[in-house]
Ligand binder design. Structure first.
Ligand code: NDP
Length: 496
């Protein structure tokens, strides 16, 4: 072994107890599904089957919505904000206590490196519950409007890239505001949501406040179409987001949609170049690039393009791709065969369109789904790899000469979720942030998340915000003038 090779540092899978099959979590207990066809969830790093998962039928969706409605009317919407907050604090603390178990399970089911599930997903998921626990009894002071009250029963559909974290983004604000939820995790990553159901039991959460039902697209569609749902919260592809928007048009349902992105990570010639390289690596190779706000387009000022290219490739050659359970791994497995096929298809398109492909050439494991960190240079604005979400460890490099050109190119996509700016000039950062049509603009950093900070997009990246005070708005309704004039009973108010 050379002095610079890493010894293996495997995390132990023995800290989790995975059942051979799972039912649905409805009304506070696990129940068998009625009618659906069970499916398997696999470890994408090995293709081993982890467990058999139930498919919720429309009857099961009905039962989950009914349980959520009963819990909403009889218990949760009547409870004081201070008491709701206590449950949320309890959930947050349990997540911290069981963090290792959750992190291992997330890595086994999703393929992301253990150091990311341990250091990012879990701390942030707990932080979302802590943060929203604090709001539960202060909603009257959150500038949400007069007498903020819960919306009702919320349908929540989350994707596979941050399974537990996206659950936390959705469940914590909904519960803090007095709503009850029916949540569906993605077909390929249901296990941490099912473990979260156990946390709800452990926290003595009243039955029916959180219901977790598993299945694929049709189960999600049944939630979307259910007449008992008052609000939908969805994170996933723009295509499915558009279908949801069409399905609920003309109904009373509200929705927040957090969809795709094609973020520009903009590097000016006065940027601290080595830090910018780290920012690029974090921007696109974190979580295998399965990140809606990933910095998947580098816009680099022309006079430093060659230097950046050299430094970036030198850095990428050091990334460790492989066993996600090894604590030294930087890039784990692609989440599914379907996603790997999509990445391969888009990379082939990039080559056909004439961009130059480079990859790190690292060795890949023989089983499982893998893709090497890849850089495309010579990319132009019209290339599909500069316009469409690839959702994998693939970055496209484009150049610019002036700040105005950088802005024009950065904004030239159907999306508008995030962007990064790297420069020493504070005034330029502020000017760029003002010009960029992106919900989040990071300056001299990338992929920084905090529950106090609202997150969401422009254009086809969706609508509504999650996190921060703004994220609460989607989960409350406020009194109209008539109700205010009559001094309506506030005993059922969201924050009393
Ligand atoms: P989807 O949008 O299909 O999946 C997101 C969630 O929506 C999953 O829980 C999925 O269920 C569910 N779903 C699927 N169809 C419907 C429907 N008709 N009604 C309601 N819910 C539905 O994403 P994919 O997994 O197909 O990924 C495709 C592409 O989407 C990726 O390549 C990536 O570009 C993008 N994507 C973006 C994400 C983001 O965070 N912005 C997250 C995930 C994907 P199930 O998975 O069980 O079928």
């Amino acid at each position: 072994m050379s002095p610079f090779e890493y010894a293996p540092a495997p995390e132990s899978a023995a800290v989790v107890d995975i059942a051979s099959s799972y039912g649905l979590f409805i009304g506070g207990q696990f129940v068998p599904a009625t009618g659906g066809t069970p499916f398997k969830t696999v470890n994408p790093a090995t293709e081993e089957v982890l467990a058999e998962i139930s498919e919720a039928s429309s009857d099961d969706v009905d039962a989950a919505v009914a349980a959520a409605r009963t819990a909403y009317t009889r218990v949760w919407s009547r409870m004081s904000g201070a008491d709701r907050g206590k449950y949320l604090f309890r959930i947050a603390r349990i997540l911290q206590e069981r963090a290792r178990e959750f992190a291992v399970l997330e890595t086994l089911d999703n393929g992301k490196p253990i150091k990311e599930s341990r250091d990012v997903d879990l701390p942030l998921a707990a932080a979302h519950f802590f943060y929203h626990a604090g709001w539960a009894d202060k909603l009257d002071y959150a500038s949400l409007g007069p007498n903020p009250r819960p919306v009702g029963v919320v349908g929540q559909i989350v994707p596979w890239n941050f399974p537990l974290l996206m659950l936390a983004w959705k469940v914590a604000p909904a519960l803090a505001c007095g709503n009850t939820v029916v949540l569906k995790p993605a077909e390929t990553t249901p296990l941490t949501a099912l473990l979260f159901a156990e946390v709800c039991q452990q926290a003595d959460l009243p039955p029916g406040v959180v219901n977790i039902i598993t299945g694929a697209g049709p189960t999600g569609q049944a939630i979307v179409d259910h007449p008992g749902i008052d609000k939908l919260a969805f994170t996933g592809s723009t295509a499915v987001g558009k279908m949801i928007a069409r399905s609920i048009a003309g109904t009373r349902k509200r929705a927040t949609l957090e969809l795709g992105g094609k973020a520009a990570n903009i590097i000016f010639d006065d940027a601290p170049i080595d830090q910018a390289v780290e920012g690029i690596v974090n921007g696109i190779f974190f979580n295998q690039g399965h990140v809606c706000c990933a910095g998947s387009r580098i816009l680099v000022q022309e006079n430093i393009a060659e230097d950046l290219d050299r430094r970036l490739k030198r850095r990428l050659a050091t990334l460790r791709v492989g066993d996600p359970m090894d604590k030294n791994t930087d890039v784990g497995a692609i989440n599914s065969r379907k996603q790997l096929d999509r990445i391969e298809e888009m990379v082939a398109v990039g080559e056909t369109e004439g961009a130059q492909r480079w990859d790190s050439g690292c060795e890949l494991p023989t089983n499982g789904f893998w893709f090497r960190p890849t850089v495309f240079s010579g990319v132009s604005q019209t290339h599909r790899i500069a316009q469409e979400e690839i959702f994998g460890p693939v970055v496209s490099v484009l150049t610019f000469r002036t700040p105005a050109e950088a802005v024009a190119k950065a904004n030239n996509t159907p999306y508008g979720l995030s962007a990064g700016v790297w420069t020493e000039k504070g005034s330029r950062i502020l000017w760029m942030a003002d010009q960029l049509r992106a919900g989040v603009v990071w300056a001299n950093t990338f992929n920084k998340f905090d529950p106090t900070s609202p997150f969401g997009g422009y254009k086809e990246s969706g609508y509504g915000r999650e996190g921060g005070r703004h994220g609460l708005e989607a989960y409350v309704t406020t009194a109209g003038p008539l109700e205010r004039a009559s001094g309506a009973d506030r005993s059922k108010g969201a924050s009393k």
